[in-house]
Design a protein around this ligand. Sequence first.
Ligand SMILES: *[C@@H]1O[C@H](CO)[C@@H](O)[C@H](O)[C@H]1NC(C)=O
Length: 581
Amino acid sequence: CRSFMILVTLKLLWTLKPPCRTFHRHPRLLVSDVHSQYESVRRGEQEIPKYFNFASDVLDKWSEIEKAGRKPTNSAFWWISGNGEEVKWSFEELGFLSRKVANVLTKVCGLQKGDRVIVVLPRIPEWWLVNVACIRAGIVLIPGTSQLSAKDILYRLQASKAKCIITNDTLAPAVDSVASECQFLENKLVVSKGSREGWLNFNELYKNQPADHSCVKTRIQDSMVIFFTSGTTGSPKMTEHSQGSLGFRPLLCERYWLDTSPSDTVWGITDTGWIVTSLASLFDAWALGSCVFVHQLPQIEPSVILNTLCRFPIDTMISAPTLYRMLVQADLSSYKFMNLKHCMSGGEPLNPEVIDQWKSKTGLDIHEVYGQTEAVGIICSVSKGMKIKPGSMGKAAPPFDVQVVDKNANILPPGQQGEIAVRSKPVRPLGLFTEYVDNPKKTTESERGDFYITGDRGTMDEDGYFWFIGRDDDIIISSGYRIGPFEVESALIEHPAVAETAVVSSPDPLRGEVVKAFVVLSDAFSSSDCESLTRDLQEHVKKTTAPYKYPRKVEFVRELPKTITGKIKRNELRAKEWGQM
Ligand SMILES: *[C@@H]1O[C@H](CO)[C@@H](O)[C@H](O)[C@H]1NC(C)=O
């Protein structure tokens, strides 16, 4: 029944909407080699395939094209450690090695199609091999971030019923401390040079496995990757994506955001636990035959990032706003980027001031993309060639029909504030998550009328550009005014004293709540007189935005709490303000 829904979805989407001109804008022979067989699906003349596997239908196809000499001599994967180590794989090598890993998972660990595996690894080549191996074997991969505690791991192992966990020496003790409570866990694999008691050694096992493995047949709606997503309340939810949503979607919609070619090199500066890594550094990049560039980057150092852009032929980079905020603080005049042409930012909105500074210092635009773990690749984007409106996250990206809706899921006219929503009925678009696993209540709550509700507030303008106001929970209601933190933060960051800032609500006896700004000062201002600077900042905000939005409270801090993906944890700051922590 669900497969039928997906079929209808695409048919509808691609027939009701005129076939997207963008696909034919730059005809690229190579891309069409892998993509040509789906041309009629794209045009809505044919249903999407019933069976699809990203490894056999995309990666192995690129390998054939490569063998036939019909692809630029660009690697599929290029990894550097920063300490002189380097790994480069062609699509053929990626196939060879990932088949060995598939044999480790199936023959040694006894995993079968549909089984789940938790993978918590830093940015090392093995993470990519395990991903591809799981796709080959139909095993469902659950990526985790390195910041997980023993308690987080326990929750994830129990909730997912994962039969296997793959991690490194750092996290292994945490796994051991909870393993006895995980009745589904059968195997632990450690990626390590040395051996570890009670653990299978990934490195040794995979060297000794044969490289023949036949890819399993998967249906397009089969589960492929599950992400744990944390909200501001409740336990993390398991957001499930299918072969179709992660693997097949980029073959139809790739032009809308990443838009790279087989001769391009893409660098996603993101954590392996974040869905953007799965998109920009795996599915979407490889669907296009591009080279995935990875720097292990144990620490995010601006100078390391800038030097890497100067030394390696990176065409496209994608990262969180935090990184761009850090980079514009550096003296950029001494760096000459080798190939960089296209910069993208996602995860939360980027302040216009940072976009302006990056442009004036590097000559490059930053294109914003807006997505969620629940809706991939991207809900809105500023695609290549599209007019940039600083502060806007761009236009709706097909196959999504994006609207701003009210409490009753009525579509609001341009300019009116409401909740950003993605049409999910009568047919669910490819790219929208399948469900929250084992949580029908939350799945239902995420929908209203014909829409999936993102939980973000915003507006759409007359040109169809979306403007983010804030997470629903982050909105500040002061004396009856609704104030979005992003606008205040963007005004503050224009001030030369401000390197970074987070704006949250704070209790006030008179107004209920008021705007409070946490401010990280830029180096030149770190020793300033705080009282006069506070007044300065307040005046500045009053002049740049509607005066009622100015921060009545300002606190100077050394740093802001952030998630692994670089999002500012406003909920944490807010909880502290309200004495809930
Ligand atoms: C293990 O991975 C984490 C990140 O996932 C990293 O911080 C740590 O340095 C790694 N440990 C080793 C021994 O490589």
